[in-house]
Design a protein around this ligand. Structure first.
Ligand code: NAD
Ligand code: ZN
Length: 354
């Protein structure tokens, strides 16, 4: 194994019981296995998934507690296993949700790595990026160009990849309109910019003046406040040029209701892309309308390694300016508290050195 000078202990945020809170404490630095790298995580974005993981919201087990959350970690490679040859010590790299996958099952062969049954999930089935030093499979770490602002790029590693892939899954084309539901949050605010960069008009749906101002500043064509609208379906349709509704809807909200509404305002042949993962939620749609209006309903789950490279390339070209607020890793619990109340416009990024 090759490595730079490494400490034996580090600061981390550790979930010790379901429901939290996360505890800021010293824990040992782990060594990477033969096909892994150790990354000195400088910054990590805080995704709503990290809160779901701590709360035990989902019908998917985490690793046995204690768990270190986090899966938007940008940093520097400081150690690599003996089999790793294509990334150097000192290179910038990112740890994303997909920490690793088998690379040989039928899903991996078809580049659907997120569907791999043996996928390792950062901050969920393996310890993640809310620590100073985190491990990932070398084949899966995101390659980040030298000179990149690591704080600004961190949220691309989950939010960016996920919404970029989701917009591609929507099949919405340049010149057409997409509805982004949950547009003022972490995924949504970044989705507005990918849509804009792809030549797509965005109707942003969320609540409150802070999120309205942010969405419009980021390039949304229209903002609809779901807490004030008396008829969401009519308002969304009215925001499209022919009144027929958007060609696609990207659902990144953490509530069930907007998932139920979306098929009603999509234009015929429209595509509903489900991304948000509200706890215990179900999706239902009128069969008659879904058939005679040829509505498509699909899920989209992060992205593969090519989606990662492409999402990072949009960032490198200056097309995506992540709206983030900075805070020390020691303050993570306060971010979860705000997130729980849907009070975060954009993303929080934690600095692991504070
Ligand atoms: P976030 O808390 O930053 O944003 C969620 C937003 O939804 C908030 O701004 C909130 O005000 C808004 N919202 C709530 N109810 C709404 C409604 N009825 N209509 C419109 N907006 C509404 O969360 P985030 O970090 O952006 O994550 C969003 C969801 O996506 C989470 O459930 C997360 O686990 C999931 N996620 C999925 C994937 C994937 O691959 N599918 C990847 C990352 C995150
Ligand atoms: Zn995430």
């Amino acid at each position: 194994m090759g490595s730079l000078n490494l400490p034996t202990e580090q600061w981390a945020q550790v979930v010790e019981k379901v429901g939290g809170p996360a505890t800021y404490k010293r824990i040992p630095v782990q060594q990477p296995g033969p096909d892994e790298v150790l990354i000195n995580v400088k910054y990590s974005g805080v995704c709503h998934t990290d809160l779901h993981a701590m709360m035990g919201d989902w019908p998917l087990d985490t690793k046995p507690l204690p768990l270190v959350g986090g899966h938007e970690g940008a940093g520097v490679v400081v150690a690599r296993g003996s089999l790793v040859t294509d990334i150097e010590l000192g290179d910038l790299a990112g740890i994303k949700w997909l920490n690793g996958s088998c690379l040989s099952c039928s899903y991996c062969q078809n580049s659907d790595e997120s569907l791999c049954k043996k996928a390792l999930l950062s901050g969920y089935t393996v310890d993640g990026t809310f620590q100073e030093y985190a491990i990932a499979k070398a084949a899966h770490v995101a390659r980040i160009p030298k000179g990149t602002n690591l704080e600004a790029v961190a949220p691309i590693l989950c939010a960016g990849i996920t919404v970029y892939k989701g917009i591609k899954e929507s099949l919405v084309r340049p010149g057409q309109t997409i509805a982004i539901v949950g547009a003022g949050g972490g995924l949504g605010s970044i989705a507005i910019q990918y849509a804009k960069a792809m030549g797509i008009h965005a109707i942003a749906i969320d609540a409150g003046d802070e999120k309205r101002d942010l969405c419009l500043k980021l390039g949304a064509t229209t903002f609809i406040d779901f807490t004030k609208s008396k008829d969401i379906v009519a308002d969304v349709k009215a925001a499209t040029p022919d009144g027929e509704g958007p060609y696609g809807a990207l659902l990144v909200a953490v509530q069930e209701k907007p998932f139920q509404q979306a098929t009603c305002y999509l234009r015929s042949k429209g595509v509903l892309v489900c991304i948000g993962l509200p706890a215990n939620a179900n999706l239902s749609a009128p069969v008659f309308d879904t058939v005679v209006r040829m509505i498509n309903i699909k899920g989209s789950y992060v992205g593969n390694r090519a989606d990662t490279a492409e999402a990072l390339d949009f960032f490198a070209r200056g097309l995506i300016n992540v709206p983030y607020k900075s805070i020390g890793l020691s303050q993570l619990q306060s971010v979860y508290d705000l997130m729980h109340e849907a009070k975060i416009a954009g993303r929080y990024v934690v600095d692991t050195s504070k």
